[in-house]
Design a protein around this ligand. Structure first.
Ligand code: NAD
Length: 334
């Protein structure tokens, strides 16, 4: 941001960017760039995530927490706070609730409050899209979707921008949700087929898993050579989407190593000593060209996308700048 914009923002006060404004201004391409840049900065150690706080608060069955970090390359400092309130749906609200709070890294002054619900979905979709861009075979034609919940439509829209997919195959634990995803595929002009998990693996060149499962949905032997799998649902201890043995035959990449081995998909292969931590490659290394990504058309690649606070800060910072530029932010003095 220029000095004049900085002083303008200071004189106007703290900016507020609503959920509606985020939806209006935050496109997939901006999210992709922001997330790719922050993964690159994390691998250079110029951006780092602080320890995550996540607590069951003993009220409304809610899980509440903070994800925070600092990106020295992007000059973005702040936190995302929120969590999961399972009873919200009955109140006409989404169960996941979050807000991003940005601070001026030069002074510590509060800079912006940005709605985090829509941005969470966009940044999570951008994360798997970054993995597809860097790791999937260029000739990938069939996209497999395991999961058809809230995040899945965002995942589908972002993924199809990375390769010339000709078809989408899907499996979901709750079949009644599948038509929502099918409708998006139709809008995108892609044939859509609901299949078994095994059939999905037999057909798909790229697979996205985005479920809240606690046991493997995909067996190692179902995956064909050359497949790229983005495991996006496992973000908590105990969750699992794929056979831990799959990580012994796949080349494993992640957004952040510390999360991958504790709350990500790799937690199971690590705790069972099937793979070593040193075998997991931060995707930022591939983006920066310091480590290879896919090295053959037969290799299986697996991205363990655990979701880091810096992704939230990256997209929220872009949203705050765009809202400022377009005159869509509101302001208050603290
Ligand atoms: P949602 O509640 O809208 O959908 C849940 C999905 O999981 C549905 O497809 C549902 O059918 C499936 N599911 C539920 N129970 C299952 C089971 N026992 N076995 C298999 N599938 C089951 O949730 P959402 O917002 O779409 O989020 C999906 C997952 O992604 C959640 O686990 C969430 O925590 C995770 N998530 C990860 C990130 C990240 O950055 N990695 C970000 C946001 C959400």
């Amino acid at each position: 941001m220029s000095n004049s914009q900085d002083s303008l923002q200071t004189s106007k006060g703290v900016s507020v960017v609503s959920e509606d404004v985020c939806q209006e201004i935050m496109g997939r391409s901006d999210a992709f760039t922001a997330v790719e840049n922050v993964f690159a900065a994390m691998a250079k150690n110029t951006a780092y995530n602080f320890d995550v706080i996540r607590e069951a608060i003993g009220h409304e069955d809610a899980l509440y927490g903070f994800k925070s970090g600092f990106d020295r390359d992007g000059m973005v400092l702040g936190l995302k706070s929120g969590g999961y309130w399972p009873g919200n749906m009955a109140k006409g609200l989404t169960n996941h609730q979050s807000t991003v709070i940005l601070f001026d890294p030069d002074t510590g002054k509060l800079k912006s409050l940005v709605g985090g619900n829509y941005l969470t979905a966009v940044r999570t979709a951008a994360s798997s899209a970054v993995s597809i861009a860097h790791l999937a075979r260029k000739d990938s034609k069939v996209l497999g979707m395991i999961g058809a919940g809230h995040q899945s439509t965002f995942q589908l829209r972002a993924a199809v921008e990375q390769r010339d997919f000709e078809k989408v195959v899907c499996w979901n634990f709750h079949p009644e949700q599948i038509p929502n995803l099918a409708a998006v595929a139709e809008e995108l002009g892609l044939p859509f087929e609901s299949v078994t998990r095994e059939e999905l693996c037999a057909q798909a060149d790229v697979i996205i898993t985005i479920t809240s499962a606690f046991e493997a949905l995909i067996e190692k032997d179902w995956i064909k050579p050359g497949t790229h799998i983005a495991c996006m649902g496992t973000d908590t201890k105990g969750k699992q989407e794929v056979d831990a043995q799959l990580l012994t035959v796949a080349k494993v990449f992640t957004d952040e190593l510390a999360q991958s081995i504790t709350i990500g998909e790799a937690q199971h292969a690590i705790s069972r000593k099937l793979i070593q931590q040193a075998e997991i490659v931060p995707i930022g290394e591939v983006i920066n060209g310091t480590k290879p990504g896919r090295t053959s058309d037969t290799e299986i690649t697996l991205f363990d996308g655990t979701g880091v606070g810096l992704q939230d800060l990256a997209v929220a910072s872009v949203a705050a700048d765009l809202a400022e530029e377009k005159g869509l932010a509101t302001y208050f003095q603290l």
